[in-house]
Design a protein around this ligand. Structure first.
Ligand code: SD4
Length: 328
């Protein structure tokens, strides 16, 4: 049924495509100004990840390296069985396998990534070792698992009873239809800057629930799920990975900041680009970005309402609602 709500949403997309809908910029609450206390800072996608920014802050406040902070932070949801979008407890693919994607990047532009990795609770730490201990950037599937086991990671069953029950229920209809902000889109993308102005980023996820076996999303792809450049800042994405993959969204955000855009403007540009290129998919799917620039200013924006993020800055760890292109 074509409801009033859908009509409203379609009209909004139409307005934005016509280029006359900058209304949401007028009261953007994020135009934060840098000050001497802006660093260190850690930002992460999704409110429940305050626990992750807290873990990152411990490293940052002790004078540690941003790379260690983002790894420590993103390991928190990876080990949390309640988080059904990341690591242990993540919802499986449509064949019942939990398959994980992750990437990490440091202040020198070094990067490591794993995709389609099974049985390892901390893919972000495997990604870091790919970066530090191999001549490669990305390992995938069985090769990634073999590498992790050789490096001493434990092989574990990551499918919890809750996730298995959700999968059993899903199988009754077996319909692949991601829902906006409903699947607990808790992929964690995190960017941090330490006291020495070093920037690092990390992103880790079990991907879209009930995806096809072998499907890899945006999260382990540098420039799509996450990207940092120490001269500029960093960004990370969440939501329907296919839309982010086709637009290299995080790279776009960083490049916009390189051209002088405030992080808030940069994330809005990326979301607008996606909505313009994929208007149909944008009606039904969420994509959100977080960004930090070198000065410690941040931005966050999604296609739809309901995207939130955690920010630890000036000694305070808080959750904020991100702005959005469309209403619900
Ligand atoms: C993916 N972008 O695999 C991820 C999913 C996600 O919160 O962000 N979930 O497409």
């Amino acid at each position: 049924m074509y409801t009033r709500r859908k009509f409203f949403r379609d009209s909004l997309i139409g307005g934005i495509l016509a280029g006359n809908a900058d209304f949401w910029l007028k009261n953007a609450p994020y135009l934060s100004k840098p000050d001497k206390d802006a660093l260190p800072v850690a930002i992460a996608t999704w409110g429940p990840n305050v626990k992750a920014t807290a873990a990152a802050w411990e490293v940052l406040a002790a004078g540690g390296r941003a790379l260690d902070a983002v790894e420590a932070g993103t390991r928190v949801p990876e080990a949390d069985p309640e988080d059904t979008s990341v690591g242990y407890g993540g919802f499986p693919d449509r064949d019942g396998h939990v398959t994980l994607d992750a990437c990490i990047m440091d202040e020198f532009g070094n990067a490591g990534s794993v995709s389609f990795l099974e049985h390892i609770m901390h893919p972000i730490s495997v990604a870091r070792l790919v970066m530090e201990k191999t001549p490669h950037v990305m390992l995938s599937g069985e090769g990634a698992l073999q590498f992790a086991l050789e490096r001493g990671f434990k092989q574990e069953n990551l499918l919890t009873d809750t996730a298995r029950a959700a999968w059993e229920e899903w199988k009754m209809k077996a319909e692949y239809k991601p829902k906006i902000n409903v699947e607990r889109h808790d992929t964690i993308g995190m960017v941090a800057i330490d006291m020495k102005h070093r920037i690092a980023g990390a992103c880790t996820t079990s991907g879209m629930a009930f995806k096809m076996r072998g499907r890899v999303g945006d999260s382990p792809i540098l420039g799509a799920g996450m990207f940092v450049d120490n001269e500029v800042g960093g960004a990370a994405a969440t939501g329907l990975g296919e839309m982010v993959l086709r637009t290299l969204g995080s790279f776009l955000v960083v490049e916009e900041m390189r051209r002088g855009a405030h992080p808030q403007k940069a994330v809005e540009t990326a979301v607008k680009r996606i909505a313009r290129k994929y208007p149909e998919q944008s009606k039904e799917n969420q994509v959100g970005f977080i960004a930090l620039d070198k000065k410690g200013r941040h931005g966050a924006f999604g296609i739809h309402q309901g995207f939130n993020y955690a920010l630890y800055q000036r000694g305070e760890n808080k959750v904020f609602e991100a702005g959005s292109l469309l209403g619900k």
